[in-house]
Write a protein that binds this ligand. Structure first.
Ligand code: MIC
Ligand code: SF4
Length: 643
């Protein structure tokens, strides 16, 4: 039986486990990436493991999230990360060099390689034919130390692309269509693999837009074949030596199949507050808008920017609209400044932002009250923009630019003929903002620079045999990590200080939660379906850990958050009978007993609520069981290293 492309790469990197569906397998990671909002914690964890030099082929630390620097905290984090990178063998992409996923695609990604990143949009690398997976910082730290990454052998969804996109319809519309069909939880437990004739009509950056936003499906990752278009991109980046052609075997077997006829697609928009709430722009057109933001790791490539500049050329942004543009990398920014496209944007009235995440994570450019914002980003969760009552619509750069001119949501197909937008034959390459690590002979003399806001890892302890847990919070379906541990300009600077950031845990749902959880001493959170969707931030597990949350009981979990809870030593439990969700109210106390035995050996965990018994499942691997018993991955790693 043939293998899919994802299976081939996983198989060639297998270090442990039987290569069979549903089994836990351990994968060797060739490359790692971190960004600064998750990086400080990841490097604190890495240093705590005591491995002097990273054991990967390439590890890169990017500074792209916390670049507002409204206090000393961000700059201190940057300095800390830079010093750890220098000492331990990690390349350091300085602030201003661009968004991690865009730069990694341009300069480091390679077909057939594996990449783990402490950011959920790491699957961007799938556009180059790599297995690129987002994870919590601790998993990335372990990979830097040479440890494997453990995943359940995923099921594979085949997405067959047919035909060719029509003018003014773009890669963003492809992934919005996939989201419309599969929903934000449709990809949980799957790798999404693209194939078919339509693949060759898409360039690597277009493919990367699609794999990037596969994160919003909840998928483990997404991947495209490596073909002549991959070679074209790598050649233009001066990196053709890493090219290798890759595709699935013709007789590969998939678990689910989807066909998308590219020529039948039209411009789409994801409406508030979920990336799968997708409607045709045509149906919404004419809606008055207040803001357009173009950029983010999803849509900030050179060609995206060229399209935007073409649309804006010689025109003026509507007086009722604020348009901001953040080119994805220094390479993109340099090139559009060299060829005059940047001048067209500036002339039209665009507000040019630095090459960083910026408004995507609420670092500035929050919309006005009840404002309607069109964004080329990948997430429109409630409150993420920094304005609770704003309505954020996710659209393509073409739709955003056309609408910025008219002041109303505008179908870009009304723009008339579309010229051909091509990848350049040569990208402008200048890696002067990527600092190489100190040579091994000099690493001892590199001092690690810690600022006063950088606190340690929260205290952990081995799992207790019985727990009496009041329910400190009950929430509904699709709770995102932006609900659990919000980001934005006010809270992100606290990422290196768990006691401080914990004061904002669940602020979007219930501002009293942190105080209540802390005073209860130990507690449980109850939730619905797809709990913890969205980002990879382990802070969404570390803050509850600090606030003494011992278990989270839900109908279902998102992948990365579940792994982060296990890493933090918090029990990720699911209701055996989803209807039992109704039985527990906030304030009720559940009793769990005989825990160590059940966690070790498997079987249902019975929660007692007065006389009522509620069966709970702990659907995890044997290794995860050991991690929970030890009190978390850090303790487990120390224990196993000790052995
Ligand atoms: C995001 O897009 O939500 C982030 C900010 O990039 C996160 C990482 C973080 O919270 O630091 C992600 O996607 O993992
Ligand atoms: Fe940055 Fe936004 Fe991409 Fe997250 S989704 S990495 S915040 S640009």
């Amino acid at each position: 039986m043939g293998l899919t492309l994802a299976e081939k790469i996983l198989k060639s990197h297998l270090v442990e486990g039987e290569f069979k569906k549903g089994n836990q397998i351990a994968i060797r990671m060739d490359q790692t990436l971190t960004q600064d909002a998750t990086g400080t914690m990841a490097y604190i964890e890495y240093v705590a493991m005591g491995v002097p030099r990273v054991r990967t082929e390439k590890s890169v630390a990017y500074i792209d999230h916390n670049t507002l620097q409204s206090g000393f905290e961000n700059a201190d984090d940057h300095r800390f990360i830079g010093s750890v990178a220098k000492k331990h063998g990690i390349s350091f992409s300085r602030p201003g060099n661009g968004i991690c996923h865009q730069v990694h695609l341009e300069r480091f990604g390679a077909p057939g390689k594996t990449l783990i990143g402490s950011d959920s949009h790491t699957p961007t690398g799938g556009g180059l034919g790599m297995i690129a997976i987002g994870a919590g910082g601790l998993d990335v730290a372990v990979a830097m130390g040479g440890g494997a990454y453990y995943i359940t052998y995923p099921k594979i969804i085949k997405v067959e692309l047919r035909g060719k996109l029509s003018p003014w319809v773009s890669a963003k519309d492809v992934i919005l269509e996939v989201l419309r069909r599969l929903s934000v939880k449709g990809g949980v437990g799957y790798i999404v693999e693209y194939c078919g004739e339509g693949v060759k009509t898409l360039s690597v950056p277009e493919r990367a837009t699609i794999t990037n936003m596969g994160a919003e499906l909840g998928a483990t990752t997404s991947i495209f074949p490596s073909d002549e278009r991959t070679l074209e991109f790598l050649k233009a980046q001066g990196r053709e030596e890493v090219y290798t052609p890759l595709s699935a075997d013709p007789d590969a077997v998939y678990d689910k199949e989807l066909v998308i006829d590219l020529s039948s697609l039209e411009p789409l928009a994801a409406c508030p507050h979920s990336p799968d709430n997708v409607k045709p722009v045509r149906e919404l057109s004419g809606m008055k808008i207040d803001q357009c933001c173009i950029g983010s790791c999803t849509n900030s490539s050179f060609v995206d920017m060229m399209k935007v500049a073409y649309i804006l050329d010689g025109k003026t942004v509507s007086p009722d609209v604020s348009l901001s543009i953040a080119p994805g990398s220094k390479q993109v920014l340099s090139m559009i400044s060299q060829n005059g496209a940047l001048t067209k944007m500036i002339d039209a009235g665009a507000r040019i932002l630095e090459s960083a995440c910026g408004p995507c994570i609420g670092m500035g450019q929050s919309p006005n009250s009840k404002g309607i914002s069109l964004r080329t980003f990948n997430r429109n969760f409630e409150g993420r923009s920094g304005t609770r009552n704003a309505g954020v619509y996710l659209v393509s750069p073409e739709t955003a630019a056309a609408s910025a001119l008219t002041g109303v949501l505008t179908d870009p197909r009304t723009l008339g003929d579309m010229p051909e937008f091509k990848l350049p034959e040569k990208f402008y390459v200048n890696d002067n903002m990527i600092e190489l690590p100190a040579p091994e002979s000099e690493m001892d003399s590199v001092e690690i620079l810690r600022g006063p806001n950088i606190a340690g890892y929260p205290e952990t302890s081995p799992l207790k045999d019985s727990l009496s847990l009041p329910c400190s919070l009950k929430v509904g379906d699709n709770i995102t990590t932006d609900h659990i541990m919000p980001a934005g300009a006010k809270i992100l600077p606290l990422r290196s200080n768990i006691p401080e950031i914990s004061k904002h845990c669940f602020a979007v749902c219930d501002e009293k939660f942190p105080e209540r959880a802390k005073s209860l001493g130990a507690s449980v959170i109850v939730g619905g379906e797809n709990y913890g969707q969205g980002s990879s931030r382990e802070h969404a597990a570390l803050a509850p850990l600090y606030l003494s949350v011992k278990a989270v009981v839900v109908k279902s979990f998102a992948r990365i958050h579940k792994a982060n809870l296990i890493n933090a030593g918090i029990l990720p439990l699911t209701f055996k009978n989803p209807g039992d969700y109704e039985k527990i109210s906030q304030g009720d106390t559940v009793e769990l007993s005989g825990l160590r035995g059940t966690v070790k050996n498997g079987g249902d965990i019975i929660a007692k609520l007065g006389e009522t018994e509620i069966p709970l499942c702990l659907d995890i691997s044997e290794r995860d069981r050991e991690i929970l018993l030890a009190g978390g991955l850090l303790d487990y790693t120390r224990e196993t290293l000790g052995k």
